[in-house]
Design a protein around this ligand. Structure first.
Ligand code: A3P
Length: 275
C-alpha cells in the first residue's frame, strides 16, 4: 500500500489539501519579502528552516515544535499563507512545474544533499512515518523508486536540473549544500544572512550555529510522536554525511554513479559529494 497522488506525472505524498492548493496555485499572492526554502526531500529542510527563522526574526532561539512552518502547496492552505505575517518563510519539495509562478521572483534558498544520503534518509522516513504504513519497506525497493523517479516528488536529477536552470545566475537565489552546512555551519549561516540582506553580529552567527547543531536540535526539538512508529528516530535521525556507505552495495553504487555521471554532465554546479 503506497498512497500516492499523481499530478502532472509527478508522484506526491497524499497531503489532504495538496490537490486543491495545486488547482488554485495561480491564486498564490507572492510578497516581495517572502523567503522560500526549496529542495528534494530529506536534504535539510528543517535545518535550514531554523537558521532562516532565527536570521529573519533576529532571535537566536529554536522554534518549539518539529514542524516546518509553512509548507506550500503541500500542507499550508492559501488562506493560511495569506494570514502569515511578513517576512514569510515558506518551504516546499515540489518540482518547478508545480511551484507558484508568482513566487519565482521571491528569495529562494535551494538546498542540495548528496542524493545517496538523501535516499537513505528518505528510506528511514518512509519506514518510520505512521501515515505511510510502510513497515515492509525495503532498502532495495526505496533505491529502485529513487532510480526510477517513482519516489515522492519524482526524480532527484530532474528536480535538481530544472530548479538549478532557473536559479543559477539568479541574484534572488542561493544554493546551499547540506555538506557545506555540515563542514562549517557558521560560514553558511553568515552566507544566508548576507543573501537575505540581514546584518547580524558574529556572536549572533555563533549562537545560531550552536543552536542548530544536530545534537542540540535532536535534544531540543520535539518530534510529533504520533507521526512516527515506535522504532523510528523521527526527523533527527543521524545527521551525517556519507551514511550511504552503510547501505549501498557495490553493484548499487556502480549503477547509481553511472546514472549520476550521465545526468549531471550538463549541470554547472560545484557539488562536492563523495560518490
Ligand atoms: P538523516 O536521516 O540522514 O539523519 P529534512 O528536514 O529535509 O526532512 O531532512 C532531514 C535530514 O536532515 C535528516 O537526515 C536529519 O537528521 C537531517 N538534519 C536535521 N537537522 C540537522 C542538523 N541540525 N544537522 C545535520 N543534519 C540535520
Amino acid at each position: 500500500f503506497v498512497p500516492t497522488l499523481f499530478v502532472d506525472g509527478v508522484p506526491l505524498p497524499p497531503f489532504p489539501g495538496l490537490q486543491i492548493n495545486l488547482q488554485r496555485i495561480d491564486k498564490f499572492q507572492a510578497r516581495s519579502d517572502d523567503i522560500w526554502i526549496v529542495n528534494w526531500p530529506k536534504s535539510g529542510t528543517h535545518w535550514m528552516w531554523e537558521v532562516v527563522m532565527m536570521l529573519s526574526s533576529g532571535r537566536a532561539k529554536l522554534r518549539d515544535s518539529v514542524k516546518v512552518g509553512a509548507m506550500f502547496p503541500e500542507a499550508c492552505t492559501l488562506q493560511a499563507a495569506e494570514k502569515m505575517t511578513s517576512p514569510r518563510v515558506l518551504d516546499t519539495h515540489v518540482p518547478l512545474k508545480l511551484f507558484p509562478k508568482a513566487a519565482l521572483k521571491s528569495k529562494i534558498i535551494y538546498t542540495v544533499r548528496n542524493p545517496k544520503d538523501a535516499c537513505v534518509s528518505f528510506y528511514h522516513h518512509q519506514k518510520g512515518m505512521s501515515m505511510y504504513r510502510l513497515d515492509n519497506v525495503s532498502w532495495e525497493g526505496t533505491l529502485e523508486l529513487m532510480i526510477n523517479g517513482k519516489a515522492y516528488y519524482g526524480n532527484w536529477f530532474d528536480h535538481v536540473e530544472e530548479w538549478l536552470k532557473v536559479l543559477e545566475n539568479n541574484p534572488n537565489a542561493l544554493i546551499v549544500t547540506y555538506e557545506d552546512m555540515k563542514m562549517d555551519l557558521k560560514k553558511q549561516v553568515r552566507r544566508v544572512a548576507e543573501f537575505l540582506g540581514y546584518k547580524r553580529s558574529e556572536k549572533f552567527y555563533d549562537d545560531v550555529a550552536k543552536l542548530c547543531s544536530f545534537g542540540n536540535m535532536k535534544k531540543e526539538k520535539r518530534d510529533i510522536k504520533s507521526a512516527w512508529s515506535k522504532e523510528s528516530t523521527g526527523i533527527y535521525r543521524k545527521g551525517t554525511v556519507g551514511d550511504w556507505k552503510n547501505y549501498f552495495t557495490m553493484a548499487q553504487n556502480e549503477k547509481f554513479n553511472e546514472m549520476y555521471t550521465r545526468r549531471m554532465k550538463d549541470i554547472n554546479l560545484d557539488l562536492k559529494f563523495e560518490l
